[in-house]
Write a protein that binds this ligand. Sequence first.
Ligand code: IVH
Length: 678
Amino acid sequence: MSKSTSKNIELKIFELRAELHDHNHRYYNLASPIVSDKEFDVMLKELEKLEVEHPEFEDQLSPTNRPGGNPVDGFEKVEHSTPMLSLSNTYDQDEVELWMARVVKGLEGEDVVYVMELKYDGVAISLQYEGGRLVKALTRGDGGTGEDITANVMTIRTIPLLLQDGAPEKLEIRGEIFYPYEEFKELNELREESGEMQFANPRNTAAGSLKLKDSRVVAKRKLDCMMYYVLAKGVAPTHSEAVSKAGHWGFKVPCASDQMIATSKDSKGVMEFIEFWDKTRSELPFAIDGVVIKVDRYDQQERLGLTSKSPRWAISYKFETERARTKLKEITFQVGRTGAVTPVANLEAVQLGGTLVKRASLHNADQISRLGLVPGDFVYVEKGGEIIPKIVGVDESVRGVGVDLFSATPESFPENCLECGSQLVRKEGEAAHYCPNVEFCSPQVSGRIVHFIGRKSMNINGLGEETVVQLVEAGLLVDPGSLYDLKAEDLLPLERMAEVSVKKLLKGIEASNQIPFERVLFGLGIRYVGETVAKKLARSLSSMEKIMTASKDTLVAIDEIGERIAESIIHYFAQPNNIKLVDRLKSAGLQFQIEEIEGSTDRLAGSAIVVSGVFENYDRSEIKTLIEKHGGKVSSSISKKTAFVVAGDKMGPSKREKAEKLGVDMLTEDEFVAKISN
Ligand code: IVH
């Protein structure tokens, strides 16, 4: 390659990286993207390709590295430049006033401005930047020495890898990494789908995620990060100004307009902030456990100094964990589709943190026996960081009130499944009990069918959970395959089954033969085969037949399929029942291989095509889909390699100029359609 082409490629790679970093910042931190997700993906793919072709221009901080790199053995211990201190804290507003008085005294009566922030309930992180590039991310550790978790932190989208212009040459900044509620819920849903244990709370899950050895797994955990401490001399005279600047450099920071940061000269404003957030915190998309109050001016902070553990210039006011007292009505044991048995406390409804709580999880057998719970007990429920409230204690002073003391014995975990009577088993190393009667235990049967008909699997209209249970009880359904044996005359005599609903149900079942193969595969409910894994399997092995007969080696050779998943798949297809089920689904006409996109050709195979302007009959994304359907590749910028440009109205003048200069053909919409049709 000539020197000048190499320089051009390097330049192109640099441009793409800078542009993508900027789009990331706009999307994740400013929430105002200027390109579509698809356009972003196209640029990212283009960069990826160039980077593969030109490893000499490798950069650890490239936006393509966000999905994570190779696993590491352990984390290196690194000393902090300045110790990561903790904050002195209180639950008492009077003590906040006393602290403010101490501050004023320490500053010999000077005027003081206080700045109030949220106390994010996550994991502290210290980030180091040099020349605007992220060079290190350290955990708090023991405060003096932390662990280098840079590779994992790089996957967090709200943490900039490259800073925007104006950032100091050298910067250390600290903040809190946390798991937003929505994303945490999504993660648990995915885990439930694939039969994995649920995580109990976002904070511990954030901490656990950051300690994973494989950053590619961390990349899938949608962690977030808010910054609260800038360590760079001279960027601003006050903390609040430094934080706002950090926002301009690319960090996610609280802003005054959403009231997540405010300043006040007196205790009135401070107390108002505390009270506002104590009331409003349940509306935030992430967990906080209090408010932090700091002296705003850096020179004053310095004069106040530190104690051995915490700065004198800050204090945290912690909220009481929301807790309610209510009566335990009964403990039931729920059997899930995978056979896992979970105890559930049914409570007299009580208001807690903005929601009405009727049930609480009782994680496992040990907890019930530890608390010695008896129906009729008054119990304390807390929400804390958890999504599902939990029972944290019993009101000992009124034990036994309302309980028939002769019949009530402390509930312990049942030895037999309450649904089918089978003896429960406790798998080695797992806290959960399982009902081994996979084939006939009715909640397991209906659980599997409910999973199969779900929105993300076969999406069968006209059939809900209640109806499934009804049909299982009536003996009409025994597995997902039996759905395809249902007949109108069997259904009509049943309760709540009118002609219209029967018709709708049967039509919904019939329509499921259009559902793509990967969703059929996911619908089988193979343990650890969630939506994403099902997609991967389908794309790599392309048919049910091949997946059923794949060896462990073949399976683990697929990207992201590990031994645990491979073993689970092999185990599943070793069960005669499952083979029977698959056969039944096949004869019902379900998709058993990935479908070729109808009408696809290879007419544009190997061509890089640029789309620009607006079109009459298609929108831009449709043109791009057409290109891909016919084997072409959409690229975002014109180069000598561009096969042609599909040029619409209002095509960008610079693009036109470049195409003309390089002699790249420009096709009209009609010309393009003619090209792919014939
Ligand atoms: S300032 C020198 N501000 O609370 C102290 N900390 O108990 C610098 N935290 O380890 C910390 N939100 O992980 C500060 N707005 C906030 C915070 C915050 C949460 C955490 C942080 C720290 C712990 C102190």
